[in-house]
Design a binder for this molecule. Structure first.
Ligand code: NIG
Ligand code: FE
Length: 439
């Protein structure tokens, strides 16, 4: 399909341009002005990658100002045919270009990896059995509390740099391995410092309700009060996070505790999201929809009522198929049913040391296609524009639309479908944030 050019305004001065990206065999803009102001993509619109063949785009001040067929753009922007002398030209050599990936669910700040638990699971123990025995999240909590801030910043910068190299230009980072007032604040400070040093855009989420810490095992109510009365007010007052999350699962926080925590967070001005219906079905999706959450995440065990609750709602259904893959679960979230019912589906890595050490969005796109039957176009939109909606950032990132940040990925192949087809391996040639190369 050949689309016409899109321009930020009717007159763009050539000398104002910083970068002109040319020789793009396939430009996936993920941009549809008739639709994209209204909300996240649903149903058939989820699969529309906004493809322009033999394309180019122009960047000024780090923002996209024009996209379209290269021949048309050259005529429209440079009427006399000549390119201004100072303009940087990026010739991508016939490769495809897509928007920078938005990964709306990670736990990317942690100390040690938990590959020991991976092996235990392969021998037959389950994620919940390991957690009940003191491993899992609580093992990462003990480890994180024992490490200093600078050391954790260094580990996190290295990890975030890897995400960038795999095409992620915007990432959500949760706390949740601190589980005390001081350690949750420490984690959020680390996440901000690390994201700034790595040069990645980040949205931070307080997940103090990730687990009941060792010292509160017999006093769950006291821990919920600590989160509501001390942790969240400090996080909000010091602007350490924009959002609050809860691991809503029968063995962790039930529906009532989840609602108490999220309502308190909303009173404090934080946006909310929920780990919902991951391992057991319990109505987390309905709660997320009712509270107007940014997203309900995981949803492996969502039922028909949960799907109906999210259909045509603003709350995004963020699916994390890398987790089911890593845990070797027998099922994945029912993505096709959700798309057809009108849920706004996004995908994310869930990058964390336990249930999903995968940090590559391209690999997660591949798993989403092979295991959940998303089309490559749906997987792309789910990890760009819909993921941006899930973070409240759709006006800024998620598509190559005039006015938005020029965050983009040059692929190694000439068609975006090669990304999931090759299992996500070696699919990223170069990564740009705000028009500057970052990986
Ligand atoms: O999203 N579900 C809870 N949190 C993570 C797991 C974190 C961990 O095991 O350390 C998840 O899967
Ligand atoms: Fe998670």
């Amino acid at each position: 399909m050949t689309r016409e050019g899109r321009y930020a305004s009717s007159s763009i001065a050539p000398e104002a341009l910083d970068l002109f990206v040319v020789n793009i065999a396939q430009l996936c803009t993920v941009d549809d002005p008739a639709r994209d102001g209204a909300g996240p993509r649903r149903r058939a619109a989820l699969g529309d990658a906004g493809i322009v063949g033999r394309a180019a785009f122009a960047v000024a001040d780090g923002r996209v100002v024009a996209t379209g067929p290269e021949a048309e753009l050259r005529r429209a922007l440079f009427a006399d045919g000549g390119l201004p002398p100072g303009l940087e030209i990026l010739d991508v050599g016939g490769c495809a270009v897509v928007p920078g990936f938005v990964d709306p669910h990670t736990h990317a700040v942690f100390g040690r990896t938990r590959h020991d638990e991976y092996e235990r699971r392969l021998r037959g123990e389950t994620y919940l059995q390991i957690a009940a025995a003191g491993g899992g999240i609580r093992a990462s909590v003990r480890d994180l509390r024992a490490r200093g801030e600078d050391e954790l910043v260094e580990l996190s910068v290295a990890r975030l740099a890897r995400l960038l190299r795999h095409g992620t230009t915007t990432v959500e980072i949760k706390s949740g391995y601190g589980l005390s007032l001081a350690d949750e604040l420490k984690m959020l400070r680390i996440a901000r410092r690390a994201a700034d040093l790595a040069g990645i855009r980040a949205v931070l989420t307080c997940l103090a309700a990730h687990e009941i810490p060792d010292e509160y095992r017999e006093r769950r109510g006291d821990y919920v009060r600590l989160v509501c009365d001390e942790v969240l007010p400090r996080v909000a007052a010091e602007k350490l996070a924009e959002r609050c999350d809860v691991f809503c699962e029968p063995s962790v926080f039930g529906l009532a505790d989840t609602e108490t925590i999220l309502v308190r967070a909303a009173e404090l001005g934080l946006r909310v999201t929920v780990h919902a219906d991951e391992l057991e079905p319990m109505g987390g999706a309905q709660l997320a929809a009712r509270l107007g959450a940014d997203s309900a995440d995981h949803l492996i065990r969502i039922d028909a009522n949960g799907i109906a609750a999210l259909a045509d709602r603003r709350t995004v259904a963020t699916l994390l198929p890398g987790t089911a893959f890593t845990l070797g679960l027998p099922r994945y979230a029912p993505a096709r049913e959700m798309v057809e019912a009108g849920c706004a589906v996004a995908i994310a890595t869930d990058f964390n040391p336990g249930s999903c050490p995968i940090y590559s969005v391209p690999l997660v796109q591949s798993i989403a296609c092979s295991q959940m039957r998303l089309s490559p176009g749906e997987a792309l939109v789910a990890s760009t524009l819909n993921a941006a909606w899930a973070l409240g950032l759709a006006a800024e990132v998620g598509s190559l639309a005039p006015g938005k940040a020029a965050d983009f990925v040059v692929l190694t192949g000439d068609d975006h479908r090669l990304v999931p087809y090759h299992g996500g391996v070696d699919s990223v040639a170069a990564v740009y944030r705000s028009g500057r190369r970052v990986a």
